[in-house]
Design a protein around this ligand. Structure first.
Ligand SMILES: [Zn+2]
Length: 175
């Protein structure tokens, strides 16, 4: 009997672990009947970015960009284009081109991801992220909803915040 319990209990734990979490359906999908919405065409108007379908995003983005921007993936640290990038200019959303961060707010966090203590006013939004057994603050582009990274309260002055951003989610416009 004890031997049987040893087998059954880990199996049950495995079942529960697999049933939750990362594959949850996004709550913002499917709210508008697509047959009544005009298709989004290029150039995309400012208020149309949030209406692009996932198929349209797949056409616009590389596989790596899609994984991070649309599926909230994370690039490996010290592999991105901008973690050790020091030019003056503006970092823009790789998905829609909206300016997000000024180089003057970038700092070396030592994490291997580009880090900023402040976003350009109104250009990013945050929400609570409870995946991976942690409670974190997810940050995304306010125009297209593209996932950028996470915000942590351990950054430098003057804000004390650290916006930990994937290079893949950014493009750079030099001054
Ligand atoms: Zn964007």
């Amino acid at each position: 009997m004890i031997a049987m319990m040893r087998f059954v209990i880990p199996a049950l734990i495995g079942l529960f672990a697999c049933s939750g979490g990362s594959n949850a359906v996004r709550s913002d999908e499917g709210q508008e009947p697509s047959e009544h919405v005009a298709p989004v065409t290029d150039p995309v108007a400012d208020d149309q970015w949030s209406r692009l379908t996932e198929d349209q995003w797949k056409e616009r983005l590389t596989d790596e960009e899609y994984d991070v921007l649309r599926e909230e993936g994370t690039e490996r640290p010290f592999t991105g284009e901008f973690h050790d990038h020091h030019a003056n200019g503006t970092y823009v959303c790789a998905a829609c081109g909206q300016p997000l961060y000024q180089s003057s707010t970038k700092f070396d966090s030592g994490t291997g991801w580009p880090s900023f203590y402040e976003a350009i006013d109104g250009k990013v939004e945050t929400e609570v992220d409870r995946t991976l057994g942690m409670v974190r603050t997810e940050v995304h582009c306010s125009r297209c909803g593209g996932h950028l990274g996470h915000v942590f309260p351990d950054g430098p002055e003057p804000t004390g915040m650290r916006h930990c951003i994937n290079s893949v989610s950014l493009d750079f416009t030099p001054e």
